[in-house]
Design a protein around this ligand. Structure first.
Ligand code: NCD
Ligand code: ZN
Length: 345
């Protein structure tokens, strides 16, 4: 049997939610991952250091007995965020990053930023203390086609912001386009990108061909095949500016299978199996550890995990549950549409 041992991976972009859903999903991450950057888009969002401290306690309380997992907390940037609170959270080690959602860009983002001038004092303080900004990189202007929103964001928001504040460390999260990859590669410093599992596997056909398939709908929405290939090339290259952020985003089925379904794909269950498959397909299994376990910690100024996990390639396909039950309803697990043979031992 083929095996592959890696340092224990981390997830640099994860939605754990709260309450019943948190309890149902946390074990799927803590089973394989040592740490994760936790997204703050709860209802209401995690906006202050004290909100983040309380949420962190709820996450730790929901962990399955015996699992060791470190939630790396983020704050949801608003036009009213207090720079002193951010600095205190950052310096105490509780806060690992601040998350920028352009208002209206995605699930629970209506409290995000409309006028970037209002956020400048916080961003300047973050640049000063070296606290990274995690960015949902899409404009929300109705005139801009949804498939172009990332490229337009880079040109009209991100690049001007980085020119104005070159010392700010920016993580461009869930990059979905060749434009995003090229922009990150063209930058010498203070810019990196996370890439999801599902954007390495699906293009927009998965959502739209043969019927509308809500479980492949997420934001940023999957793009054309040439973009998927650019993401794969970046992820499997070993380039230290790219690392895994699953963006695993559970929603219960009734909220996805309806006339106006939520964006988000639940990939925590089989992410490591999917990634081993993708990297093997691209003859890059030797680069998997950089993507899942080395590049992210280096970017966030942390040590890689000392523990390891071992992946095994089985002859027969590995079975995963189709759904995860939660007290709030079933959550559909990502189906890569090909059999998976790799599993975590
Ligand atoms: C995320 C969610 O559901 O919170 N949805 C998604 O499609 N990725 C929000 C986000 O990261 O955009
Ligand atoms: Zn997300």
């Amino acid at each position: 049997m083929k095996t592959l041992t890696l340092r224990r991976p981390d997830d640099w972009h994860l939605h754990l939610r709260d309450g019943d859903v948190l309890k149902a999903v946390i074990g799927d991450t803590s089973r394989h991952f040592a740490r994760a950057i936790i997204m703050p888009n709860l209802v209401p969002p995690v906006v202050t250091t004290s909100d983040a401290r309380a949420y962190r306690e709820r996450i730790l309380a929901a962990l399955p007995a015996g699992d060791r997992f470190e939630p790396l907390m983020t704050l949801y940037l608003t036009e009213h965020t207090d720079p002193d609170d951010v600095e205190e959270g950052g310096k105490s080690g509780l806060i690992s990053a601040v998350k920028l959602y352009p208002a209206g860009a995605t699930t629970n983002s209506h409290g995000g930023v409309r006028d970037f001038n209002k956020a400048m004092p916080v961003l300047e303080r973050m640049a000063k203390i070296g606290l990274p900004l995690c960015v949902h990189g899409e404009v929300t202007t109705p005139e801009v086609d949804i498939f172009d929103r990332e490229a337009v964001f880079i040109e009209t928001v991100l690049d001007p912001l980085r020119k104005r504040l070159p010392e700010l460390k920016v993580t461009m999260e869930h990059v979905t386009t060749a434009d995003g990859i090229d922009y990150i590669k063209s930058s010498e410093r203070n810019l990196a990108g996370s890439i999801t599992t599902h954007h390495l596997i699906i293009n927009r056909n998965a959502i739209l061909v043969g019927g509308i398939r809500p479980h492949y709908y997420c934001l940023p929405v999957a793009k054309r095949e040439n973009h998927r290939l650019a993401l794969r090339a970046a992820a499997t290259s070993g380039d230290a500016r790219f690392f895994l952020g699953t963006d695993s985003a559970p929603h219960v089925d009734p909220l996805k299978e309806c006339a106006c379904g939520c964006a988000g794909i639940y990939t925590s269950v089989n992410t490591m199996s999917c990634l081993a498959h993708v990297f093997e397909d691209d003859n890059a299994l030797d680069k998997l550890e950089a993507f899942t376990s080395l590049n992210g910690p280096a970017w966030y100024g942390l040590k890689p995990n000392e523990e390891t996990i071992t992946l095994e390639k089985r002859d027969g396909p590995v079975k995963f549950p189709d759904k995860r039950d939660s007290g709030a309803g079933p959550i559909t697990v990502f189906d890569p549409m090909f059999p998976l043979h790799w599993d975590v031992a």
